[in-house]
Design a protein around this ligand. Structure first.
Ligand SMILES: NC(=O)c1ccc[n+]([C@@H]2O[C@H](COP(=O)([O-])OP(=O)(O)OC[C@H]3O[C@@H](n4cnc5c(N)ncnc54)[C@H](O)[C@@H]3O)[C@@H](O)[C@H]2O)c1
Length: 99
């Protein structure tokens, strides 16, 4: 599966990403690096630097990634949750996603 791991440069997210890679999943990490470290991004994962509230950057990540699943490993406010849900819904229902 193609999995987006938010907060994947952090403690929990980088471990989750390593486990996903070990199970042969395609992993993209989305992290602002506000607390995490680029060095924590495991080898083999694609890295996108961006804030969870930046819907433009999220849109782009979803357009490029064609994700099957999203795993959140960062403190997710209700506002951030709405932002990700809106972008994910848009990405999976747009004409480009259906082709
Ligand atoms: N570490 C634990 O033992 C533990 C236990 C239970 C629950 N949790 C929860 O799991 C989540 C992750 O914990 P952690 O210990 O891995 O924290 P962490 O700080 O190591 O990782 C969080 C990551 O999210 C990134 N991030 C934060 N805000 C962001 C934003 N607005 N946009 C993009 N990226 C952002 C940070 O840069 C960091 O890499 C937290 O919600 C925490 O409360 C952690």
């Amino acid at each position: 599966m193609r999995v987006l791991v938010t907060g994947g440069a952090g403690y929990i997210g980088s471990t989750v990403a390593q486990e996903l890679l070990a199970a042969d999943h395609n992993v993209t990490i989305y992290d602002s690096l506000v607390h995490g470290h680029g060095a924590a991004v495991p080898e083999g994962a694609r890295f996108v630097q961006g804030d969870i509230l930046d819907s433009g950057a999220l849109d782009l990540a979803f357009e490029e990634g064609h994700f099957d699943a999203v795993m959140h490993s960062l403190p997710l406010s209700r506002r951030a949750n709405r932002c990700v849900s809106r972008v994910a819904f848009s990405a999976t229902t747009s004409p480009a996603a259906r082709t």
